[in-house]
Design a protein around this ligand. Structure first.
Ligand code: NDP
Length: 295
C-alpha cells in the first residue's frame, strides 16, 4: 500500500485498462484501495502493477477479487460479450459500469445483473482521463441506490459523485445530454475556424474573439431553460423570424467561401419548420419542442 494512505480501504477491481480505465485504477490506488486489474490485452496492466495493483489472469478472477467491480470498456457491446463469460461469477458483486452507452443498454444490463444476483450501477464519466481524481472531475451514477451508498466512499476517489436516480438509464441519459451540449458547441467552433481559414485568418488568432463570444452567449442558456420549462417561448430578444431571415447568409457564405454547410443545413430546416408552424415570434427555445418526436 502506498505510504501516507489510510489503511483498510475497501478492495476494488477494474476491468478494462484503456486510457480511461487506467486512470480510474490509478485513482483508486492513489486513494489507498487494494486494486485488482484485468484487461483483454494483458500488457496494459504493467504500469498499474508498478503502482501496486494486483493483476488478474482472467476477468472472472478480477470479479472474484473484490466486492466492487468497476468496468470501463470501449462499448457496452464489449461489456455484454464479457458478461456472457461471467454468468457464474457476478453474484453478490456490485458492478459499476462506466462504459459510455445508452439508457436502454443501462436498463438491459441492470436487468441482466439482477437475474444473476449482482447489484448494478451505471455511470457517466464527465472528465477526460487526465482530469480523473482532480477537482473538476465528476461521475453521474444511477441504478441500485443502496449499492451506490455502500460504495460511494470508494467511488469518490475518481472525482465528485452525482446521483441521478434509481432508473439505471438516467446517468447515461444525462451524460449524453451533457455531451450533446459539448458536441454542439464544438461543431460551431469547428465551422467558425473553417470559415475564417478561407481568408487565411489563423484559428489561434480567431479563437481570441470566439471564446469570449461563446462564453457570453452561453450565459443565456438559463433563460432558454426557463422558457423550455414554462412553455413560454415568446421573446423580445431574438425571434425565430429574425433567425430564419438571417440564416441563409450562413449557407450562402459557406458555399461562396468553399466550405461545407452540412452541419448547418439541418438548423435552417428546423427554423423553416418552426416559422411554417406559426412560431415566428417565439425565441430559439421553441426549437426544443420541435425536436420532440415522441409525446
Ligand atoms: P480505449 O480505447 O483507450 O480503451 C478501450 C478499452 O476497451 C480497452 O481496455 C480495450 O481492451 C477494451 N476493449 C475493447 N473491446 C473489447 C472487447 N471486445 N472485449 C474486452 N475489452 C475490450 O478507450 P477509453 O479508455 O478512452 O474509453 C473507455 C470508455 O470510457 C469508453 O466508453 C469511452 O466513451 C468512455 N469515456 C472516455 C473518455 C476519454 O476521454 N477517454 C471520457 C469519458 C468517457 P484492449 O486494451 O485489449 O484493446
Amino acid at each position: 500500500m502506498p505510504a501516507n494512505k489510510p489503511a483498510n480501504q475497501s478492495a476494488v477491481s477494474v476491468l478494462g485498462l484503456g486510457m480511461m480505465g487506467t486512470a480510474l485504477a490509478a485513482a483508486f490506488l492513489g486513494a489507498g484501495h487494494p486494486v485488482t486489474v484485468w484487461n483483454r490485452s494483458p500488457a496494459k496492466t504493467g504500469p498499474l502493477i508498478a503502482q501496486g495493483a494486483l493483476p488478474a489472469d482472467t476477468a472472472a478472477d478480477a470479479v472474484a477479487a473484490s466486492p466492487l467491480v468497476v468496468v470501463c470498456l470501449l462499448t457496452n457491446d464489449n461489456f455484454e460479450e464479457l458478461l456472457a463469460t461471467l454468468t457464474e461469477d457476478v453474484a453478490g458483486r456490485t458492478l459499476v459500469n462506466l462504459t459510455n452507452g445508452t439508457p436502454a443498454q443501462a436498463r438491459e444490463l441492470a436487468a441482466w445483473a439482477a437475474e444473476h444476483g449482482a447489484q448494478y450501477i451505471d455511470g457517466g464519466i464527465m472528465a477526460v482521463p487526465q482530469m480523473i481524481a482532480g477537482p473538476h472531475a465528476y461521475v453521474l451514477y444511477s441504478g441500485d441506490e443502496q449499492a451506490y451508498e455502500t460504495h460511494r466512499p470508494t467511488l469518490a476517489a475518481l472525482g465528485a459523485t452525482r446521483w441521478t436516480g434509481t432508473d439505471p438509464g438516467l446517468a447515461a441519459l444525462q451524460d449524453l445530454a451533457l455531451l450533446a451540449g459539448m458536441y454542439g458547441m464544438f461543431t460551431g467552433v469547428l465551422q467558425a475556424f473553417a470559415l475564417v481559414r478561407t481568408e487565411n485568418i489563423p484559428a489561434t488568432e480567431f479563437s481570441e474573439l470566439l471564446v469570449p463570444w461563446i462564453s457570453a452567449m452561453l450565459s443565456g442558456a438559463p433563460e432558454l431553460a426557463k422558457a423550455i420549462d414554462s412553455g413560454q417561448h415568446l421573446t423580445d430578444v431574438s425571434s425565430l423570424a429574425v433567425n430564419q431571415a438571417a440564416f441563409p447568409n450562413f449557407l450562402t457564405t459557406f458555399r461562396d467561401q468553399g466550405i461545407s454547410g452540412e452541419l448547418f443545413e439541418p438548423i435552417q430546416a428546423l427554423l423553416d419548420r418552426a416559422v411554417d408552424q406559426g412560431h415566428a415570434a417565439d425565441g430559439l427555445s421553441r426549437l426544443a419542442d420541435l425536436l420532440t418526436v415522441r409525446s
